[in-house]
Write a protein of this length. Structure first.
Length: 269
């Protein structure tokens, strides 16, 4: 089944409702999977110990289809609660066991923006099922996953709108030992220095850079509110204090007030 799904021979199919000159092109494997996605996912989930190693081994040569299959399986196992506890957990375990197989997706000069985003998407779906790899430094895949995350948020070739997707899963990484958290802080400081303006009103309102900046600030504040992490609070306070009045000061203040209300006396001190 896996060899059929990973078949890269291309075929072209006419687009319905258009002239015969308009075709959509995809691989045999993609076409087969698109027709029977749920049935295929169900069968693949029954044989994870053999299927996942095959997919991970094929990841460098066929990133698009491997990403599609792994995400499809993760989505289906996440949606169905009974599957999430059994097959979902096993699927995550097998993917993380071979996480180093995905290094070519994000960690080499030839890695494309598409494959880097595929890595982030896959990691996000893995964490929906089991987030322990983010805070358990004894997890066999912790180092690889942590390096992956730090590399992507400091990647000089990735624009801010793509890196902002990584900020969605930032709260998962905030419950770490102090020395490891310090490494994460350095990476976040690189992201801020690379993409955020010194004055918040530098970007023209409504421009792409402005919108990406605002979106990233919102994701940072969401991460802060969810995690109540002192390192993130310090980082956000430094960004706020760059300006006499930050363009999003009201949102900052609302976030800070919510944290104070939810914190116990010790953490407030």
């Amino acid at each position: 089944v896996v060899s059929l799904l990973l078949n890269t021979i291309m075929l072209s199919v006419p687009l319905s409702g258009t002239s015969s000159r308009n075709f959509i092109t995809f691989s045999h494997g993609e076409y087969f999977y698109s027709l029977f996605q749920q049935t295929i996912n169900t069968e693949l989930l029954k044989s994870l110990d053999s299927i996942v190693p095959q997919l991970m081994k094929a990841a460098p040569e066929n990133p698009k289809m491997v990403s599609t299959l792994l995400n499809g399986m993760l989505d289906q196992s996440f949606r169905e609660r009974t599957l999430r506890k059994s097959q979902g957990s096993r699927l995550v375990e097998r993917v993380l066991h071979a996480w180093s197989s995905l290094h070519s997706w994000w960690g080499v000069p030839s890695s494309s923006a598409e494959s880097k985003m595929a890595t982030l998407t896959l990691l996000s779906k893995v964490l929906q099922i089991d987030s322990s790899v983010c805070f358990n430094t004894n997890h066999e895949a912790f180092k690889e996953v942590f390096v992956t995350y730090n590399t992507l948020i400091t990647d000089p070739t990735l624009p801010l709108n793509l890196k902002s997707h990584a900020l969605i899963i930032l709260p998962f990484f905030t419950n770490l030992p102090e020395s490891t958290l310090a490494d994460l802080q350095k990476s976040l400081e690189v992201l801020v220095a690379s993409h955020f303006p010194m004055q918040s009103d530098e970007f023209h309102k409504g421009s792409l850079r402005y919108n990406n900046y605002v979106d990233s600030i919102k994701k940072f504040l969401d991460a802060l509110e969810l995690s109540q992490n002192p390192m993130l609070l310090k980082l956000m306070a430094e960004i706020l204090c760059r300006d006499q009045k930050h363009i999003m000061e009201d949102l900052f203040q609302t976030c800070f007030k919510r944290i104070i209300r939810r914190s116990d006396c010790e953490s407030q001190v």
